[in-house]
Every structure is written in structure tokens, then in C-alpha cells.
Design a protein around this ligand. Structure first.
Ligand SMILES: Nc1ncnc2c1ncn2[C@@H]1O[C@H](COP(=O)(O)OP(=O)(O)OP(=O)(O)O)[C@@H](O)[C@H]1O
Ligand SMILES: [Mg+2]
Length: 236
């Protein structure tokens, strides 16, 4: 783990996230040069999260209690694994998954990137891979000079994976195949995945197919985000 210089919590809008973790803003710079200390791991993750989180969601915070409970569970599992194996850094590698459902503009992506940011300040290492389902399919289309299988393994083997907008892209044999291989692999290995989708709960099976929906149901807690489209009137 690289030693990360002190950071300004305000620059990354961390104060509410740190308060949510029950620590003061100066905790983030409170290590004594130990690169494996939780504050250095947190600084590392925060810099990484600022690269992964799109500008629009740069101040996002997760408000859903179920999502915050999921983050706490991943942190606890990582710490328990660290104690079992005696590793220097606690890292998220296994745990349950979460499926966030809701209509257009209700805040699914906001909550999801909030989760990326919140996990970053815990001091537990979480190596996220972040994608929309549509971008993932596009990156996997066979084309010259690209090894689609090694690209697929990047998603399949991600320590923590965010797949935004599952079920929104046009269905084809190709997308069905990718969904099945991805979900099956992560289901069998208990790899934590955060899915978001616009689908109604009753549409999951018909849009994703029995076998994908069954595994998603088996691995995920399902949370439905209620409300109206936040974008309506936002530009007024
Ligand atoms: N809790 C929140 N606080 C402040 N702004 C929010 C909050 N939730 C959502 N927003 C804003 O509302 C808009 C819609 O949110 P978001 O993009 O997360 O919706 P979505 O459910 O992902 O929609 P879609 O299904 O179209 O992808 C965004 O501009 C987002 O920044
Ligand atoms: Mg969205």
C-alpha cells in the first residue's frame, strides 16, 4: 500500500461521511506514516473513489438504511477475515450483494456512488470495479485488439462490483450470456455486487431470465427506492 499524503476532507466532501462513521475529520490524516493503517488505507480509497465516481455524484452519500447496513456488513466481514488470516490490511473480498430497484430518477445511482464513497472512509480496502450494464456489454463486444475474456474477468473477479442499470439495455443472446456468466460466478464465490435496476420486481424474471433472476434473488437483498424523479424541475 502506497503512502498517501494528507488530504483535505473538505476537498472530497468527506465530513458528513466521516461523521457517519463516528470519527472527526482529522481522523483521516491521523496515522504516523504507517501505510497499512486504516487512515492511510482510507486516503488511498478516497483518491481512488474520486476517480471512479462521476463528477455529478462527487458529493453523494448513501441514505438508505439497508445500503448503509450492507456497507457495515462488508466492513465487518473484511475485519473478521483479517483476524482469521492475520493480514495487515482488512479488504472486502466476500459478502452479500444488494439489488437496488426503483423508477427513473429516484436516486439509485446517487445511492450507489454514495456507497462507493462511504466504503472508502471506513479504512477497509475495497477495490471497486464500477460500470453500467450497457458499458460493460459494449466493452466485451469482440473487436480487434481486445481480449474480451480478460476484460470479462475484470468484472467477474472484481472484489466489489457496481453494475448500474441492469436490465435497461436491449436484450440479446450476448447480453444474456454475459449476465449469466457474471452473476453465476459471483453468486458461487460470494463476491459482493451492488446492482441497480429500473425494472419492477415482477419484471426481473421475464427480463433477465429464470436462471439469472434466481441467482440474483439468492445472493441479493432487494431494496426498492420509492419516490419521484429528482430530475423533474431540477433545472428550473
Ligand atoms: N439523496 C439525494 N440528494 C441529492 N440529490 C439527489 C439525491 N438522490 C438523487 N439525487 C439527484 O437526483 C437526480 C437523479 O438521481 P439518480 O441519477 O441517482 O437517479 P436514478 O434512479 O439512477 O435514475 P435512472 O434510473 O434514470 O438512472 C440526480 O441529479 C441526482 O444527483
Ligand atoms: Mg441511474
Amino acid at each position: 500500500m502506497k503512502r498517501i499524503p494528507p488530504i483535505d476532507p473538505k476537498q472530497y466532501d468527506l465530513e458528513p461521511l466521516l461523521a457517519g462513521q463516528g470519527v472527526t475529520p482529522d481522523w483521516i490524516n491521523s496515522d504516523n506514516g504507517d501505510p497499512y493503517s486504516p487512515p492511510n488505507v482510507a486516503r488511498h480509497s478516497i483518491v481512488e473513489a474520486s476517480r471512479l465516481v462521476p463528477f455529478h455524484y462527487r458529493t453523494a452519500r448513501p441514505q438508505l438504511p439497508e445500503l448503509r447496513a450492507w456497507i457495515n456488513l462488508l466492513v465487518e466481514e473484511a475485519q473478521a477475515e483479517q483476524r482469521r488470516r492475520g493480514t495487515v490490511v482488512a479488504s472486502v473480498t466476500r459478502g452479500p450483494s444488494l439489488l437496488l430497484l426503483g423508477g427513473t430518477g429516484v436516486g439509485k445511482t446517487h445511492q450507489a456512488f454514495g456507497a462507493v464513497r462511504e466504503l472508502a472512509v471506513t479504512g477497509v480496502a475495497a477495490r471497486w470495479v464500477v460500470t453500467t450494464a450497457a458499458d460493460m456489454y459494449a466493452s466485451l463486444r469482440p473487436r480487434h485488439g481486445i481480449d474480451s475474456e480478460s476484460e470479462f474477468r475484470r468484472y467477474r473477479d472484481a472484489r466489489v462490483l457496481l453494475v448500474d442499470d441492469l436490465g435497461a439495455a436491449k436484450i440479446s443472446e450476448f447480453t444474456e450470456d454475459v449476465n449469466f456468466r457474471l452473476v453465476n460466478h459471483r453468486y458461487e464465490r460470494h463476491r459482493p455486487t451492488l446492482f441497480t435496476s429500473n425494472l419492477l420486481p415482477k419484471e426481473l424474471t421475464s427480463r433477465l431470465g429464470d436462471r439469472v433472476a434466481s441467482r440474483i434473488n439468492g445472493m441479493c437483498q432487494r431494496v426498492v427506492l420509492e419516490g419521484s424523479d429528482h430530475r423533474r424541475g431540477a433545472a428550473a
